[in-house]
Design a protein. Structure first.
Length: 273
């Protein structure tokens, strides 16, 4: 997990500020290119994520979705292109100065800390005095529907509860953009389906701009405002879940999003409109 050097706004530091006070900021990816040796990971990728929107990057392994997330996070830098958050160029800004929050696939919670201390970690790194952290932690516990769990150890929490704690830790510092790396991948199928709606509801309540990486078609179609289907480092189609499912632009998109009936045909006569 990471946050910026000063990720907590004055309002967020006010003990009276609402829990859902995350800053909704637009994210812009402009002409990103990234190579690893002879392998092209991304090729001229451009994407606009609106403030408060949840966008899912969807595609098979090796399609470039994780590389895209790592570029946004600052774990990698593009060969060419620009990354902007709220109009600010952060292309070569280090991760801890981008004002981001992140939920990893395995959650990366600290087993030696309590739930409350895990949530408060970002606040501590931001220099928030210990006496001022408790109200923010309490609001987060209420938001993720785990009041009274603050003193529990991570090992005492179920997978779904750990996922909520990881989310609370990522958002308590009021990030400008939330990154979700296969956030439900560590859960079993039944729990994962339930958490899809829960996570989307929390994201909507917070209004935080979010980018999620997943290879699960149902997860992307259920949770996101827009789905971005990728392959071979390129965006093949971006649109609402209904748009990409009902009107796929390529055969790959149609087959990747679900069972598709591909019928050969011959045009015997065409008319121009």
């Amino acid at each position: 997990m990471f946050q910026s050097a000063n990720p907590v706004s004055d309002a967020a530091l006010d003990a009276r500020a609402p829990a859902a006070s995350a800053r909704s900021q637009p994210l812009s990816l402009d002409g990103l290119n990234k190579r690893f040796g002879a392998i092209t990971a991304l090729e001229d990728l451009s994407l606009e994520v609106r403030a408060g929107e949840l966008v899912a990057l969807l595609g098979p392994s090796g399609c470039g979705k994780t590389t895209t997330l790592r570029l946004i996070a600052g774990f990698e830098f593009p060969d060419t292109g620009a990354i902007r958050i709220a109009g600010r160029d952060v292309t070569h800004v280090p991760p801890n100065k981008r004002g981001l929050g992140m939920v990893f696939q395995n959650y990366s919670l600290f087993p030696h800390l309590t739930v409350a201390d895990n949530i408060a970690f970002g606040l501590r790194m931001a220099g928030v005095p210990k006496r001022d952290r408790a109200p923010h932690v309490a609001r987060m516990l209420d938001l993720i529907r785990l009041p009274g769990f603050g003193e529990r150890r991570i090992a005492q929490m179920s997978g779904g509860q750990q996922q909520r704690v990881a989310l609370a830790r990522a958002i308590v510092t009021n990030p400008s953009v939330l990154l979700l790396d296969e956030p439900l991948g560590a859960l079993d199928k039944n729990l994962r389906e339930g958490m899809q709606f829960e996570l989307k509801q929390l994201q909507s309540e917070l209004g935080v701009t979010s980018v999620m990486v997943t290879h699960d078609q149902e997860e992307a179609l259920t949770m996101s405002d827009r789905v971005v289907v990728m392959n071979h480092g390129r965006i093949l189609q971006a649109g609402t879940p209904r748009e990409v499912y009902d009107r796929p632009r390529t055969r790959f998109v149609a087959e990747f999003l679900g069972a598709a009936n591909i019928l050969p045909f011959t045009v015997v006569r065409g008319e121009q409109n």
